[in-house]
Design a protein around this ligand. Structure first.
Ligand code: NAD
Length: 337
């Protein structure tokens, strides 16, 4: 299959690109290379005969149309987005234009292209969204695919809007779309500003580890390899027009998660114990949702996907990767200063 992946130089996109190439698919990576897009994430396959790269901003419908005509993909997997909630609170404009206008420009270009293919029934547009669109939960319950969208942050509101656009392009124009709403992902090549890499990198550098509020906010953590497998399974086996939650079922409070990482660092660098002494509580994030939790029984029952990587195992592997790859993250941290 020929896949056009937007945002293929980011954290999840690059893992998806590597996986798709390994499975023998052709991949066209469409990415604007923002601060979060990094060619090093796919350096291992950048010369591969199945891989091509187009530096395009998804807000540029004209360029998207040219790229679609030139490469004629069989499916689109849409990940390009502004993704960091903290940034969305400070600089919401990029989130609105990229996540909403960019998704709109992409949908219009893809619709035109799909119609030029005679409304090919086998064509797919897979939209990668987040559990954050559902808004906060209390201690009890989980979101199903029928839960209403109640986003709290500029990031989650912009992603919720993009979900609605994708759904509308299916209902109104018949575009064969699929949507996934996944929980927090973690693993190799995640940009240092995100929670898990930040804790690892600050712990390694003996720097304070900031935690919002009282650290009791709960998130569900999914290993990148499990997520990539789920996305490929939804692409090939999902029912057109449907959304699929992708969660690990492994919920943990932020403080407990940070303490788990500190314990891994303790085991590796006992002379600096305990790393948890670096934890510092800071003023809570504005609009900080208390808990997210996904009911992922639909993807399990209908597609047969279940997560396979335990959080403790995945965290150990992730810490080991950041330890072995400081040449990847150190320049990113220096540039961010
Ligand atoms: P990321 O920030 O690591 O990567 C985003 C990529 O999109 C980068 O390569 C960036 O250059 C590219 N991009 C940004 N704006 C662009 C534009 N205007 N045109 C073209 N490319 C642009 O993000 P990620 O963590 O890999 O997330 C990928 C997708 O998955 C996003 O849509 C995000 O909302 C969704 N998601 C992520 C998580 C998570 O935990 N990381 C969880 C649920 C959903």
């Amino acid at each position: 299959m020929k896949l056009l992946i937007t945002g293929g130089s980011g954290f999840i996109g690059s893992a998806l690109v590597r996986n798709a190439i390994a499975l023998g698919h052709s991949v066209i990576n469409v990415d604007a290379l923002t601060y979060a897009g990094n060619p090093d994430n796919i350096s291992g396959i950048s010369d591969h005969s199945l891989y091509s790269f187009e530096r395009v901003d998804i807000r540029d419908g004209g360029r998207l149309g040219e790229v679609l005509e030139m490469h004629r993909p069989d499916a689109i997997i849409h990940l390009a987005a502004q993704t960091h909630v903290d940034r969305s609170i400070k600089y919401s404009s990029e989130f609105i234009t990229t996540n909403i206008n960019g998704t709109y420009a992409l949908l219009e270009s893809v619709l035109h292209y799909w119609e030029s293919r005679g409304n090919d029934e086998k064509f797919r547009f897979l939209h990668v969204s987040t559990d954050e669109v559902y808004g906060p939960l209390d201690d009890e319950g989980s979101f199903t695919e029928h839960s209403p969208h109640r986003p709290s942050s500029p990031y989650s509101a912009s992603k919720a809007a993009s979900d609605h656009l994708v759904n509308a392009w299916h209902i109104t124009y018949g575009l064969p779309v699929l949507t996934t709403n996944c929980s927090n992902a973690y693993g190799q090549y995640q940009f240092p500003e995100k929670l898990i890499p930040k804790v690892i990198i600050n712990g390694l550098g003996n720097k304070t580890i900031p935690i919002y509020g009282n650290g009791k906010n709960i998130r569900e953590w999914l290993h990148i390899n499990d997520l990539v497998e789920a996305l490929m399974r939804v692409l090939s086996g999902g029912e057109v027009g449907h959304a699929y939650n992708i969660g690990s079922g492994q919920e943990i409070a932020n403080l407990a998660l940070v303490e788990m990482i500190c314990e891994i660092l303790d085991s590796k660098f006992p002379d600096r114990n305990p790393h948890s002494k670096l934890i510092q509580f800071v003023n809570d994030r504005a609009g900080h949702d208390f808990r997210y939790s996904l009911d992922s029984s639909k993807i399990s029952n209908e597609i047969g996907w279940d997560p396979s990587i335990e959080l403790s195992e995945g965290l150990m592997e992730t810490v080991n990767w950041y330890l072995a790859n400081d040449n990847w993250w150190k320049p990113l941290c220096e540039n961010a200063q």
